[in-house]
Design a protein around this ligand. Structure first.
Ligand code: SF4
Length: 458
């Protein structure tokens, strides 16, 4: 299984050199999202699923997708539906409740569910009554919970500022953590990203969230957006700190992937050095303001012993716990199966209406190396790789597969060795694309090289 090195006698593996030089030419292709493009998996790893057997997993996380948004932000490639149709929203919420109840009835009584995230889309675009219905359907799932703050919901500044009754419905329904997608507080950047409705709403939104009484309050912000200056980014970070949040997630803006308006942008995209400088700036600001994080992590928390992310996300990343997604285009992973619900809202609704429990869209059966790549790239979200957990999950020593690549990364000073594995070396966020590339499978690299050749010859 080890990635072979055909540079025998030389100190560096030819694979590693080839992969990192591809990443140096195309840094924006080597993001946290693996596979590099959906077509790669569609061509190579289509599979089938036995729903009965996956429902027997002893532990499952749950994700609820609510796809509706007022408009689509240009950096977003989630499955988003911008139809402002009250009847559609109502029917979707009703069917989601139906699906949650069916699933609960089919899962064995002792299935542990340590985290539930409700995301989208914009979940709080639903009316307070609809949110209450969904949370009532989840109430009985509490008996399966095993972690504090296990229920987390996303919102936006414009909705949190103007609909305190929806926040109240969340708290009364048992939601302990809310995550607000602030992204930026710069007017020009927000306007460029199709988020004008958010202007001047962040402070009021934060006030409403605090009044509602959530136990944890997170803000998401994005760096590397088009036309975003260092000053803009510093101002955004300063602003979210001033709202009194418990945690901040700093995402690097992605510029590739279907459905993302920014992936059409061919010039003016940030260089790795720009990403590095922006990350380092926010790392210094947040740690000086009392937030803690391993260098390289995008998750900052004020609270000792917490990472700031949801229980769902932590379990997925740290413990590799399987997860089920409900709602259109929600993704699920159990064992070596990774699959999606149907993309279109109407098709998902029709199939739930017809009595299906988990309507399937694309289904993939992934070889071990592909699963490992997905898992490690996700864990780099926390700036580290825990080789002990890796071994527990995959039943093979991390170094048996990645030794060559790790020697190279440590030699380059991109990573440093830690007690439990590896961590991004201080000051090297700018090399994240190179670090990530080391975990791309040989097959994925060959596939990307073909894409590169196609573009060169086009
Ligand atoms: S970023 Fe959030 S608010 Fe914007 S379109 Fe995507 S899901 Fe909707």
């Amino acid at each position: 299984m080890s990635r072979s090195c055909n540079a025998a006698g030389q100190s560096m593996c030819a694979d590693v050199l080839e992969t990192t030089s591809l990443a140096a030419r195309h840094p924006l292709e080597f993001t946290i999202q693996y596979p590099p493009r959906r077509e790669y998996f569609q061509n190579a790893f289509r599979g089938e699923l036995d729903i009965e057997s996956i429902l027997k997993a002893p532990e499952l996380l749950l994700y609820l997708h609510i796809p509706f948004c007022a408009s689509k932000c240009h950096y977003c490639n989630f499955a988003v539906d911008v139809r402002a149709n009250a009847e559609l929203h109502k029917n979707y919420a009703r069917l989601l409740v139906e699906q949650i109840k069916r699933l609960d009835g089919l899962l064995p009584e002792n299935t542990r569910v340590p985290g539930i995230d409700i995301g989208g889309g914009t979940p709080t675009i639903l009316q307070a009554g609809q949110l209450t219905e969904i949370l009532l359907a989840l109430k009985s799932w509490g008996r399966r919970a095993g972690a504090p703050h296990f229920l987390s919901v996303e919102t936006t500044p414009s909705i949190a500022a103007s609909h305190p009754e929806r926040l109240q419905a969340l708290v009364e329904g048992g939601v302990e953590r809310v995550s607000m997608g602030v992204q930026s507080t710069t007017q020009a950047v927000l306007a460029d990203m199709n988020r004008k409705q958010q202007l001047h709403t962040v402070d009021k939104a934060a006030e409403n969230i605090r009044k509602a009484g959530f136990r944890r309050f997170n803000a998401d912000v994005i760096f590397g957006l088009p036309r975003q200056t260092k000053h803009d980014w510093a101002e955004t970070v300063r602003h979210v700190i001033s709202t009194g949040v418990d945690s901040v997630t700093t995402y690097d803006c992605l510029y590739r992937g279907k459905g993302r308006r920014l992936s059409e942008q061919t010039s003016g995209t940030p260089s790795p050095d720009t990403y590095g400088a922006l990350y380092d700036l926010s790392y210094d600001m947040l740690t000086h303001a009392g937030f803690h994080a391993q260098y390289g992590s995008v998750n900052f928390s004020r609270i000792a012993g917490e990472t700031g992310t949801s229980a769902y996300f932590e379990e997925r990343l740290f413990k590799h716990t399987p997860y089920l997604g409900v709602g259109n285009y929600a993704s699920s992973m159990v064992g070596n199966n990774w699959w999606f619900a149907p993309y279109a809202v109407n098709s998902w609704m029709t199939r739930i209406e017809a009595g299906e429990v988990l309507p399937l869209g694309d289904v993939y059966t992934l070889p071990a190396l592909e699963l490992m790549a997905k898992q490690i790239l996700l864990s780099l979200n926390f700036g580290s790789i825990d080789t002990v957990r890796f071994e527990r999950r995959f039943g093979i020593a991390f170094d048996a597969i990645y030794n060559e690549a790790m020697m190279f990364a440590v030699g380059q000073n991109w990573l440093r060795k830690t007690q439990n594995g590896y961590a991004v070396a201080d000051g090297h966020f700018k090399d994240m694309h190179l670090i990530r590339s080391l975990f791309y499978t040989r097959q994925a690299v060959e596939w990307l090289k073909k894409v590169e050749q196609t573009h060169t010859h086009a």
